[in-house]
Design a protein around this ligand. Structure first.
Ligand SMILES: NC(=O)c1ccc[n+]([C@@H]2O[C@H](COP(=O)([O-])OP(=O)(O)OC[C@H]3O[C@@H](n4cnc5c(N)ncnc54)[C@H](OP(=O)(O)O)[C@@H]3O)[C@@H](O)[C@H]2O)c1
Length: 291
């Protein structure tokens, strides 16, 4: 298959390009190839690649940026998604859209399923939900809602913490945001499996298990042989952030199960593998950990 991947220089884009390249002809699209907010640029770039499938993780994933500048959030997460979908329609390509657990309201006490109502309390969540609605207008589409991402290729929540702790600093994280965690490489593999099977639809996708940001950062520090006490858990409403954080965003992966797909491994296993591939923080290869 010919697979175009937007946001190829981003965290998830990097993992998607690595994984899809093992079996498909991949066209990585970065900002250098096309500014997604310019319909003609993305249309031309996609027409040149003539892909069978467009995987679309590009966007603004930062809740506080979207809350501070809704126009920017809508431009990139909504309008650019519309341009991608319009180009896909012209080319007869299918689209796999990367969405988020932030489409939910965070009020539940049990895992959110794909059929739960979506009532996002943030601008970011609303932009991603609108993106989903646009993608659904295509007959051949997938929507994958993922949760907090970690993986190679770009500094992320986990690596940022390890760097701070290795530099002798503390890492302040929310202790009351419970959700799922997603290793980009595992998620990209599952997306490739679902795409290859042409099983269109909406899927929740993360590694298995529940964790808070605090659990994730602390386990990473332990695995890297660093002082995990430097991870400081705080209530999220004391962290002076512009956008509200969901207290509960655990996702059940019912659609994957119902379609007969295996679920990604538990997050601690995925985290250990990720750290093994990060030489400075590998459990076996700790080297003094200079910042
Ligand atoms: N990160 C998370 O924890 C998380 C959690 C749940 C869901 N998600 C979803 O997963 C997706 C990927 O997230 P991520 O963490 O990989 O994000 P990321 O690292 O910020 O990557 C997003 C990519 O989109 C590109 N992009 C943004 N605006 C663009 C424009 N106008 N033209 C061309 N490219 C543009 C960025 O390019 P530049 O590098 O040039 O800016 C960047 O490479 C997002 O859709 C997000 O909503 C993320």
């Amino acid at each position: 298959m010919k697979v175009a991947i937007t946001g190829a220089a981003g965290l998830f884009g990097y993992g998607l390009v690595q994984v899809f390249s093992t079996r498909h002809r991949v066209y990585p699209l970065t900002r250098a190839e096309a500014d997604l907010t310019k319909a003609e640029e993305i249309r031309a770039a996609l027409a040149k690649a003539a892909p069978d499938v467009i995987v679309h993780p590009a966007g603004i994933p930062d809740l506080d940026i979207c809350e501070a500048d809704p126009a920017k959030g809508y431009l990139v997460n909504v309008h650019a998604t519309r341009y991608v979908v319009e180009a896909a329609r012209e080319l007869g390509a299918a689209v796999a859209y990367i969405s988020t657990d932030a489409v939910f309201d965070g009020q539940k006490q049990t895992p959110y399923t794909e059929s739960d109502p979506t009532i996002p309390p943030t601008v970011y969540g609303r932009t991603k939900l609108r993106g989903e609605q646009i993608v659904r207008t295509l007959p051949a589409h997938w929507i994958f809602r993922v949760s907090v991402l970690f993986g190679p290729g770009k500094t992320n929540f986990v690596e940022k913490g390890l760097r701070r702790i290795a530099a002798g600093e503390t890492y302040m994280v929310a202790a009351d945001q419970v959700g799922s965690a997603t290793y980009t490489v595992d998620a990209a593999q599952k997306i490739m499996e679902v795409v290859e099977a042409s099983r269109y639809g909406l899927y929740h996708l993360s590694n298995q298990g529940v964790c808070s940001r605090y659990d994730l950062a602390r386990r990473a520090a332990e695995l890297a042989g660093l002082d995990a006490r430097r991870v400081i858990g705080k209530p999220s409403d004391q962290m002076r952030r512009r956008a509200v954080r969901l207290k509960y965003a655990v996702m059940a992966m019912e659609a994957l199960k119902n379609a007969g797909f295996g679920l990604p491994r538990p997050w601690p296993e995925a985290l250990a593998e990720y750290l093994r591939a990060l030489p400075r923080f590998s459990p076996a290869g700790s080297d003094g950990l200079q910042p």
